[in-house]
Write a protein that binds this ligand. Sequence first.
Ligand SMILES: [Zn+2]
Length: 326
Amino acid sequence: MSGRRDRARPAVNNDVSAEDPEVKRTAQIYLSSLATGESENIIDRMIRRRSSWSILKRDVCYVLRMKLKLLLLAKKETESIDMKALITVSELRAAEIELVKYVERQTFSEEYESLRTNGCVKKSSSLRYLDPVVLPNGLLAVGGRLKRASIAEHCKHPVILPRRHRVTNLIVNHCHEMAAHSGREYVLLLLQKKYWIVGARAVIRHVLKNCAFCRRYNVKPLQQKMSDLPSARVTAGNPPFTSVGVDLFGPFEVKQGRSLRKRYGVVFVCLAIKAVHIEIVHSMDTDAFLNAMQRFMCRRGQPTEMVMVMVNVNLYSASSQKSLMR
Ligand SMILES: [Zn+2]
């Protein structure tokens, strides 16, 4: 049987000529890869993505709740954790401690290990001048010389924070906003009640520089470009009061007999040399101003140009008098 089948099968030629037009000579392969971010843990991702210290603490509260819930499930406890319950103050404090502890373990791991094993840090450490200690809650804090001071414990031993960390920037920004966008020294004062940031002034300066609110309100106002001065202001050689500016001021109360009367002043200013001539008028009507104008011209001569402040109705009315400048 097998011999007959072999004889019936046609022979197959697998040799393909290189000149065959059906053969594709080049092949292109397109490969795209997507980073899954598996190396970044959830806390790092939250720190990187959250925009404020309050939001970050709130989200870490939920993470801690989930952690507690899983622990209870692993121990087969009957107590249940409500994930949708409102966040309490104690949970926020716990989240803050855990976050700061996480940052310290990332940045000051050597110092922390030295303190745990030897009780002191190495001489090469940048924290050696702070005499650091580990607090009962596991945080790395300034030892300092205030152990006998009658102040709060967290003021005696402020928690150490690194200079270049996003959590530090978020805390500084939070203090800055709580202080109604105050300046550098006041933000530093608020920070030092709780934290000791290595190189704090530079960090605060960086945060304040990038605060959009402060940048908007502290920007220098633009200056309007002034136009060229009129020819009356810059022409020399004319007598004083050739061109004048006119305005009224007052009233001033003067005593006349047993009563008080209002009196006003008309000020004539030479536009070229800023000489001043003042006339007194008894009322704010047009006739009183025209009389003052006549007295001025009798004393100083007739001006060729007069600039009036038109907010005064009587000046506007007087300027319409055709005989004024004749
Ligand atoms: Zn600000």
